[in-house]
Design a protein around this ligand. Structure first.
Ligand SMILES: [Zn+2]
Ligand SMILES: [Zn+2]
Length: 123
C-alpha cells in the first residue's frame, strides 16, 4: 500500500500539507514586504516622527520658507512647500536628518526633481 498524502480543501483548491505550508510562507513574505514598503513602512513612521517634524521646521526656517529651486530661477515662491531629501531615505537612511541633505522645495519643483532615476552629473 502506497502512502497517500492527505489533501486539504481550501475554497475550490485542494492542496497537500506541503503546498499549504509553501503558500503560507509566500503570504507572510508578501505581508512583510507590505510592512516594509507599504504605508506602514519605516519611512512613513519616520515622516510622522517628532524628530522629523522639528527638523523639517528648521529646514524651512533656514530656507526662509521659500522654494530653493524656484529661487535659483529668480522666483520667490512660498506656496505649497515641502522638505525634500536630496539623497533619498531609501538610498541613505543615515542622512535622513542631515540638514545638508534637506532642501525646501515647492510641490511643482519636487515633482520635477524627485524620484527619478539618477543621472550622472553633467560636467
Ligand atoms: Zn519651486
Ligand atoms: Zn523628495
Amino acid at each position: 500500500m502506497s502512502f497517500i498524502e492527505p489533501k486539504i480543501r481550501l475554497g475550490n483548491k485542494t492542496m497537500t500539507q506541503d503546498q499549504l505550508l509553501e503558500q503560507r510562507k509566500r503570504n507572510s513574505k508578501r505581508y512583510n514586504a507590505s510592512v516594509r514598503y507599504g504605508k506602514d513602512s519605516k519611512y512613513t513612521e519616520f515622516y510622522q516622527s517628532s524628530q522629523w517634524r522639528s527638523k523639517r521646521k528648521r529646514v524651512l526656517l533656514r530656507d526662509k520658507y521659500l522654494c530653493q529651486e524656484c529661487l535659483k530661477q529668480g522666483i520667490v515662491n512660498d506656496k505649497r512647500l515641502m522638505v525634500h531629501h536630496i539623497v533619498e531615505l531609501k538610498d541613505d537612511w543615515k542622512r535622513r536628518l542631515d540638514m545638508d541633505n534637506l532642501i525646501t522645495v515647492c510641490t511643482a519643483c519636487h515633482n520635477r526633481i524627485d524620484h527619478k532615476p539618477r543621472r550622472r552629473p553633467e560636467v
